[in-house]
Design a protein around this ligand. Structure first.
Ligand code: ATP
Length: 250
């Protein structure tokens, strides 16, 4: 970053990474995020660094599988937290419009102020894009079984009744609870070792803004679903990291 923390120098070799960090910082200032948001983002950055900040082949396969399952779902829903909205809100609205499905805002540390800020941001982007995507989460009337407190809150016409849910950067407990409800859970998480990656039906080990760009390309192609082996795909991601590390200074 520049001396002025609000300006990122385009000639900086880590420009794109710094721009993503700035998006999270700006969303924090707007009241859209919990205090821990930048820590969660930093954990993702660390894994992205190890992956070479690129979409590795197994991640592209996982993204294709997610596109296949989303296009064939009876009731798909995109479940978005604050970081996902801050980083890729516009692309998620495009994806929801391609799939003709709702977005449900589902945040771990739920406060009326934060929900209001996130709802307002998505509504503003909806208008800007000329879309009419249904945004849920503001009036929860159901609970995800097996979870305590406000993070279990959801909407019956959204997450609760969905058969297939795309969950970027999801908390491991909630991912597990959604799988226990019998749903197909498609996870986006740079950490192949996280509980979300391991518990989900399909784990996409890639940076969320790269995944959304790929999904927008893949969804119109309506790829065929496969017999997905999630452990094998996560192992491929780990192998990529370890083999890159093993040969780094040779
Ligand atoms: P677990 O699933 O093991 O319970 P966690 O809930 O403790 O993990 P968090 O601290 O909530 O994980 O962190 C969020 C997760 O999101 C991390 O695993 C991190 O790698 C991932 N993540 C953060 N930023 C991004 C991003 N931009 N793109 C994809 N994944 C990201």
């Amino acid at each position: 970053m520049n001396e002025d923390e609000n300006v990122v120098d385009p000639s900086h070799p880590r420009y794109e990474s710094l721009m993503l960090r700035k998006k999270v910082a700006d969303a924090g200032v707007k009241g859209m995020l919990a205090d821990s948001a930048m820590i969660a983002h930093g954990r993702g950055e660390a894994f992205d660094y190890l992956l070479g900040e690129q979409t590795i082949p197994s991640a592209l396969e996982a993204t294709r599988e997610a596109a296949a399952r989303l296009t064939r779902a009876r009731r798909p829903v995109l479940s978005l937290n604050g970081n996902a909205i801050a980083l890729a809100g516009q692309d998620f609205l495009t994806i929801a419009s391609q799939l003709d499905c709702p977005i449900e805002i589902n945040i771990f540390y739920r406060t009326p102020e934060r929900m209001g800020a996130l709802l307002g941001h998505l509504k503003m982007l909806n208008t800007k894009l000329g879309l009419d995507v249904e945004i849920l989460g503001g009036i929860p009337d159901a609970r995800i079984p097996g979870l305590e407190g406000p993070r279990a809150a959801c909407q019956s016409n959204g997450i609760f009744e969905a058969d297939t849910i795309l969950v970027p950067l999801e908390d491991g407990d909630r991912c597990e609870a959604l799988v226990a409800m019998g749903k197909e859970v498609l996870v986006i998480d740079l950490n192949p070792l996280s509980r979300s990656s391991r518990r989900g039906t399909v784990g996409i080990v890639d940076e969320v803004t790269r995944v959304t760009k790929n999904l927008i390309q893949l969804i119109p192609q309506r790829p065929e679903p496969t017999e997905w082996n999630n452990n094998q795909a996560l192992q491929s991601a780990l192998n990529h990291i370890t083999s890159t590390m093993a040969t780094r200074f040779q």
